[in-house]
Each structure stands twice: as structure tokens, then as C-alpha cells.
Design a protein around this ligand. Sequence first.
Ligand code: HEM
Length: 411
Amino acid sequence: MSATVRDDVVKTASPLFNPRDPEFIRNPYPTYHRLRRQGSLQWNAAGNHWIATSHAVCASILKDRRFGRRYEAMVENIYGRGMMGETCFRLLGMTMLMQEPPAHTRQRGLVSQVFSARRVGLLRPRVRALVSELLDGLEPRGTMDVIRDFAHILPVTVICDMLGVPEEDRWLFADSATISTRMLDPVPMNALELHEANAMFEEQGAYFTDLFERRRRDPGDDLISALIKVGDEGGLTTDELLANVWLLFAAGHETTRNLIGNGLLALHAQRNALRRLQADPTLIPAAVIELLRYDSPVQYVGRLAFEDVQIGEATIRKNQIVLCLVGAGNRDPAVFPDPDQIRLDRLDNKPLSFGGGIHHCLGAQLTQIEGQEALAGILGRLPGMRLRDADHPSWQPNFAIRGLRTLPASW
Ligand code: HEM
């Protein structure tokens, strides 16, 4: 293990931070700085987990094969025993995201065959055309909610096109974002939230199962048809097919929407960076990486220790959970000078936002294409855009997935 850990590993019985606190949700970064100053690895007794706060320790744990995923244990850690029968946990637990080798290797291998770098790379003209189409519909002087009218529609359209979800069915998924992202927080859902999560998985599960039948009878040039084929040949069970199609759908739009929303909000708060980007659009690819670092759509990634692991002064026991606070690691001044500033000239900029190791985000290339085209479109076509309520933005109440509810704008 290459990470160096400060000696001041803290053990405490009071909560180190409260992921549900509205003030924390509004701006988690002062808390992250405080936590990192306390120590790069700390036992949070109140949550029954460790938290990793520095870039070095997060990066190292994410890659370390002595850590991985055991979803049942993770759910048990939050809810206690006997919850895996709930539809939502059962299905999420079957996605590659929650699997370990050999199941993970098989599932990711099969999905990667169809969700390939080549196929994704070919999408750029389509993404650019979609951005244009969305912006063409706007009045010369007008208003929109950037989240509802742009940042949500773009990735949903892209992933639904790829999967082959017919246009008339896309309304089905309009409100699912908040529910499914709530499931990822390390704090138990209440009874209503659990009910909503189960209902959503049942509804979407029934929808996709029916769509699979239609595609089996009448295959198209889409990911679902291709996945059915490689799945049949390579041994993907019906449940695994469903779980991973759902994962592509869900992972494919909530995070990208938040990359666009969080990124635009941040650029408008730091107008020097905004002006520089407007003056030199060749900086857009670098800006997307920097915005992923500055306000990551994913704030933590969980890992479970498969054996006792010693890191610095800390002994992480077998089956204990570590929350790698990637939002904190991304603002670590040891790696990112001026961490609270957007800088478009960072060298070797490597945020932790896509996780790491065998689970490193499969959609990293796609989301960057979408983020780049979205920024280029908005900055180029709406140079005078102003954000309303930028000082008091309305955040989704979740911790793991960080994003805005709305972002009203005028021009
Ligand atoms: C996994 C972040 C967009 C598909 C992940 C993980 C993170 C992440 C943190 C877990 C990595 C780990 O455990 O180490 C993000 C962010 C995105 C984004 C920040 C956008 C800004 C997308 C898109 C897609 C996608 C557009 C697909 C359409 C996936 C899949 C996995 C994954 C399939 C599971 C990979 C595995 O377990 O092997 N993503 N993601 N993501 N992401 Fe993304």
C-alpha cells in the first residue's frame, strides 16, 4: 500500500459529519477540509464506518484489491439484517457496480463489448446535434431551468437512444433520479423512501422486461438488443441483464446532469474562469475535468475490507466499511494547489470522481463528451446567460450524488 497516512488517526463516538444536514448538503467543502485536517483516515463510530479524506488514501483504497464490494454487508451495515429481499436492494445488488470477480469480470466484460469506446466515440456528432436542437428552441431573450430544460434532457436522450428506449416511453423515468440516488447514501431511507424505491424498481423492472421481449422478437441497432445477444451467448442471466441495463440508464443520466448543473453554477461563481473559457473554448476538455474535481457529482465511493488492513496507524478490520470521500480528496491541497479555485491550467489533473480500480466508471468517456458539448453549446450560444438564485441554489437533499434541483437562468 503506497499511501502515506498522517499519524493522527482519530477515534470518536460522536458523528464526524452529518450527511443529511442541509448546511452540509449546501456546501460540504468546509466540513471536508476540517475532516482532512483531523486525519486522512478516521473511524466514524456513529456511522459504523471509516472515512478516508485525503486524495492519497482514497486513491490507494479504491485500487487496493484487499478492499471491494459486498453489497449485502454494506446494506446490513446501514439497515441491519434481512433487507436484501427488498426489490430495490436485490436489483441494485445484482449490478456490476456491486459485484466482485468473477461475476464482475464477466458482467463488465459483456457490457463493455457493446458499450465500447469505439461506439461511444462515434456519438459526439449526435450529442452536438442534440445540444444544438435543445438550444435552437430558445427565444433570443428568454429564461429556462437549466436542469429541467437542458441538463436532464441531454443525457436521458443520449442514453435512451443508445439503449433503444422509444421516445414515447421516456416520461416513465422523469422522477426516478432522486429516489434511486437516495439509496446510495450511507444513512437509512425512511419507510416512505424505501416504499418509493421498491415501487420505482418494480415499475422500471416491468418496463424493461417487456422491452427485452420486444427486442428479442424484433432486434434493433441498439444496446439492449446487442446485450441480449452477448448475454445469451456469454451467460448473463435475465436478472443480470435487467440490473445492468437499469444501471446504464440510471448511472448514465443523473451524474451527467449534475456535472452540467454543478459545473455551470461553479463557473458563474468564479467568473474569471468563465470568461477565460468563453475566450478560449479549446480549454473546454480541461474545464470538464476541473469541474468534475471542483464539485463532483459523486461525493463518496464505498469499499469493504476483505481482510484486516493496516494503513498508517489505523487497522481496518475485515468486513469494516470505508467511505472514500472523493469530494474531500478532490479538494486536497497536498495534490491540488488552491483547491477551492477553478483553475483551467492544472497539470496532471486527476480527480477521484470516477472512482478507481476494477469499478472505475464505465461511462467516463461518454459523460466527458456530453459535458464538453453541453458547455461548448451553452457558452457559445448563450454568452450573456445569468443565473438567478445563484447565491441560494436549491440542492437535492442527497449526499452520495450531489446535484441541483433547479438552476433558473435568463439571457
Ligand atoms: C461506476 C462516477 C457517468 C456508467 C461509477 C463509479 C463512480 C462513477 C464513482 C464507481 C466507481 C468505483 O466504485 O470505483 C460517475 C460520474 C459520472 C458518471 C461522476 C458523470 C459525471 C456515467 C455514465 C455512465 C456510467 C454516463 C453510462 C452511461 C457506470 C457504470 C459503472 C459506473 C456501468 C459501474 C462500473 C463497475 O462497477 O465496473 N461511475 N459516472 N457512469 N459508472 Fe459512472
